[in-house]
Design a protein around this ligand. Structure first.
Ligand code: ADP
Length: 302
């Protein structure tokens, strides 16, 4: 099964023609609440892609807490390991421009209180058949405890260091697969992955530091995969007309994890994940944009 230890947010989304400049007030074309958070989005993506998924995290005692839990349940994600803590839920204030770009302000709320005491009770069930998904929207100390414990149980950790932040070298050997976009790649490796040699250099640096596999996602340019057994894959993105690229990476990661859990080879899992995220960017919202396994399979056959 898949365990996601990570963030749960309410996304407060407005859509605008163009982003406002500092000091400027503009009218939105519309606004909406969408359940989000990188952790929760990845959990929804892996659940809808067909993997049994449990979310470990926290929501606040505010008005958003209950709808956030209900939303995860509705997508089939297990919520028994989510704590309701005193205070506000995580929130993300997202602005989407007419050409599909986004700007995001995060308020961590309950996610800041996700510590090992809260995560530890779910850890008893981790085994070599578990894939754990981690991101950077809960305290780093918690991620570190998850990495340490996972390595003792044989569980594989797929780590998405987003939002971008440097990762201590000594933690990388505990990561099975690191999945990063261009910004995260540059922050962590110091290399801009804008051509084949940059991709190879960035990925092989991560492999040398101890990860088993590295995946660099490149938006509409697709993705690059490298692993320690010497495999390399450069997978193009599917051609679609994007409406909202929020959570493209999360959809990709959840779908990739679900496919990997089923023992699918990386090249095919990457194609499955690329299809999932290509469908996702043609729809509005974070979790509301995530496709089901049958939608992904139909897309791949079309
Ligand atoms: P993030 O959302 O983390 O920044 P990316 O933008 O790199 O991640 O997107 C992740 C994956 O989603 C890409 O590797 C690609 O497969 C898919 N994707 C993203 N944007 C598009 C797009 N405009 N058209 C088709 N696929 C896309």
């Amino acid at each position: 099964n898949i365990i996601v230890v990570g963030s749960i947010n309410m996304d407060v989304v407005s859509s605008v023609e163009q982003f406002p400049k500092p000091g400027e007030t503009i009218h939105a074309r519309g606004a909406a609440f969408h359940p989000g958070g990188k952790g929760a989005n990845q959990a929804v993506a892996s659940s809808l892609a067909g993997a049994s998924t449990v979310m470990v995290g926290a929501v606040g005692s505010d008005a958003f807490g209950e709808p956030l839990l209900q939303s995860l349940k509705q997508y089939g994600v297990g919520t028994d390991e989510i704590s309701v803590v005193q205070g506000i839920s995580g929130m993300a204030f997202i602005t989407v421009s007419a050409n599909g770009e986004n700007q995001i302000v995060l308020c961590e709320g309950a996610n800041a209180l996700v510590d090992w005491t809260l995560v530890g009770r779910s850890a008893e069930s981790w085994s070599k058949d578990t894939v754990i998904l981690l991101q950077n929207e809960i305290p780093w100390a918690t991620n570190q405890a998850v990495l340490n414990h996972a390595s003792k149980t044989g569980a594989r950790v797929f780590y998405n260091p987003a939002p971008a932040a440097p990762v201590p070298d000594e933690s990388l050997p505990f990561v099975h697969t690191i999945i990063l976009n261009e910004t995260e790649t540059e922050t962590i490796t110091g290399i801009r992955p804008d051509d084949d040699s940059g991709l190879e250099e960035a990925a092989s640096g991560l492999l040398q530091k101890g990860v088993e596999a590295a995946i660099i996602t490149l938006g509409a340019e697709g993705c690059f995969y490298a692993d320690r057994s010497g495999r390399r894959h450069r997978i193009p993105a599917f051609r679609v007309s994007p409406v909202d690229t929020t959570a493209a990476g999360d959809t990709f990661i959840g779908a990739y994890a679900a496919a990997s859990l089923n023992g699918i080879e990386p090249a095919e899992a990457l194609r499955f994940a690329s299809a999932a995220s290509a469908i996702g960017v043609t729809r509005a919202g974070a979790q509301t944009s995530v496709p089901t396994r049958s939608e992904i399979e139909a897309f791949l056959q079309s």
